[in-house]
Write a protein that binds this ligand. Sequence first.
Ligand SMILES: NC(=O)c1ccc[n+]([C@@H]2O[C@H](COP(=O)([O-])OP(=O)(O)OC[C@H]3O[C@@H](n4cnc5c(N)ncnc54)[C@H](O)[C@@H]3O)[C@@H](O)[C@H]2O)c1
Length: 730
Amino acid sequence: MEAARRRTNLLAGHITTGNEHLILETADVAAPSGNLVLTQVKDGVALLTLNSPPVNALSPQLLQALEKAYTEAANNSSVKAIVITGKGKFCGGADITSFSTDAKATEASNLRTHNFFNTMESGSKPVVAAIDGFALGGGLELAMSTHARVITPTTSLGLPELNLGIIPGYGGTQRLPRLVGVQKAVEMILKSAPVKAKEALDIELVDAVVPREQLLQEAGKKALELSAKPESLRRSLRLEDKIDKETALQILGFASKQVSKIAKNVPHPKAALAAIQEGIENGPERGLERERKEILKMMGTPTTQALISFFFATKSTTKVPGVTDKGLKPRDIKTAAVIGGGTMGSGIITALIFSGITTYLKEINQKFLDQGVERVKANVFSRVKKGKMTEEAANKTLSLLKPTLNYDGWKSVDIVIEAALEDIPLKQKIFAELEGVTGPHTILASNTSTINIETIGEKTKSSDRIIGTHFFSPAHVMPLLEIIRTPKNSAQVLVDALGLSAKLRKTPVVVGNCVGFTANRIFAPYSQAAAFLVERGVDPYRIDKAIESFGMPMGPFKMMDLSGVDIGVYVGGIIGNAYPDRTYKSALASTFQKAGRLGQKTKAGMYKYEGRKAVPDPDNIAPLIEATRKANNVTDKIEMTDDEIVQFLMYPVSNESTRVLEEGHVTQASDIDVCAVFGYGYPAYRGGPMKFAEQEGYSKVAAKLNEWHGKYKHPLFKPSNWLLNAAQKK
Ligand SMILES: NC(=O)c1ccc[n+]([C@@H]2O[C@H](COP(=O)([O-])OP(=O)(O)OC[C@H]3O[C@@H](n4cnc5c(N)ncnc54)[C@H](O)[C@@H]3O)[C@@H](O)[C@H]2O)c1
């Protein structure tokens, strides 16, 4: 029991709620054409090949074609056994584009697939899955319904459905626990974590790992072996050896508690557990029935809609009209240089060298250079400590780092990323120097958070190749890369930047060159609204709690303490000056700055810090809040429920998002959602600030903003024209 508790506790912090990098591979779904399943019969083995490139996404048409091909092979007396494989990668999962909002249609197609998989599994003719690349979601569920799985060494297998707010719907909740045990199945499903070949073999999810060249041959051999011994067919749904009911129920009980804590705002992790539990308690048939019921419930929920919309949002950021539709190919970035090895520079270098890119680091003197190198080393070796990399691989990665105090060799560098201090004259000087020391092809990028990219390049004649590459801290971890374009950029340079982002495995969003760009700009009203409330007597700790319950990883004040109160004052000032018509200028952060409470780095900000633990410090902050009220001549008090607090902070984020869209700084609304989710940890299951406003109802959001605008007489709450128009339409 204790072991089960300990093991299930490992789930803490990892249950998929959607903000993770999505691993379903079904986005690039091609329209079905030609023969969706190819059949070849040779030496008594029918080879059925899924033929719907690029990822053989399981559309209803593909499933029907497979069912037909299977039935024919099963009824063909010259066929002794069947192998199912995929052209290219085996299968990326269900075809999300074919998800229907029609409950009846979903129910019917789900039942049909269940019946087909059950028929295949219970049939007497052996079926073997020959898998290369990946078997994800429905792809793995198909493979688990066969009698054996043969895979290649680079294959990964998983059930990442929770990423989309649904649950495994083609029998995965029943077959996976029976194949690999309840503990591992719960972990794989709740974390949406795929397993690689070696682990898949260890946990007996697959039967053999063979070289790619031998895949079909070995799978065919296995299928014929099974046909010689039909009594030895392993039917996943009938396996019992890894199911101990009592232990299984304990594991599910603990997992359910974790889910209630970690993923309390979303229904799907609980639904997945319920389906597993039903199967354990009442047998796999009842489990399958429950799975079908639960997935139907999930399909129409706002969570599923938000997560599916977010999934497509992440896929569409790389399609930029006028840039990516010109047939240009990204030039390969092999060598890079980074200026400044501080917090950001060291993270950016880490990301670059992890991707195999030789990278120079330039600093102002030997001491800072050494410090920069140490930071990169620490980043790389933290992977070794976590067991994710060998020491040898870490040293090899670090050999790509070239520390320097000069520009020798920079003529051949493909991109320079400047991450020096946030200072206009300094950046202008650096870029003027760079123009002279780099080649004409070198992309010159700044990691500035606030400075206009055109201003940075003002002292050069290279504005076509000067862009912003705005990483988020820690740069080697955070998935978002804002690529800031100016009207002077060549399309090729932007295509190259998108190529770099892919190489770094980041999600890029190409955004316009306005102050705060997109992510920081849309969150400026959030901090302002939070300060507005604190100045009017609302407890900052309560605000943080309410916002964390909404799903943000931390409330505005914990975030302020983490990034530094002084940085907040500085960046807030710049953004405030850029948008003076609607900025609420609170004295809160500057009062804390003057008192030396700069956040985590001084062990005290809005909280006090015991190690890294934030502890409320009400007595010590009360006089500072009182001083802020006086400084801003605030005399009134505001009473609000927690739900209203959430609206008070999040509606202004959505409102500013609509302005970014209205001003044309992004290609589409969903780009803003990607910036918010991957840059700020906005809960993906709420879709992002644009989707959230849509789901809340534009008229409700506009009405609330209007109400506060009237009541508090501050333009921070004035709804944008875009929002007012949208509110009228709906
Ligand atoms: N810290 C963040 O969360 C964050 C996030 C996104 C963007 N940014 C931006 O990234 C940039 C760097 O921020 P940071 O937090 O890493 O700052 P930092 O102070 O940690 O590091 C800056 C480094 O640049 C070096 N430097 C200064 N002038 C230089 C020069 N002429 N040549 C070479 N090196 C020089 C300094 O010695 C220092 O090591 C800033 O423009 C900042 O606005 C910061």
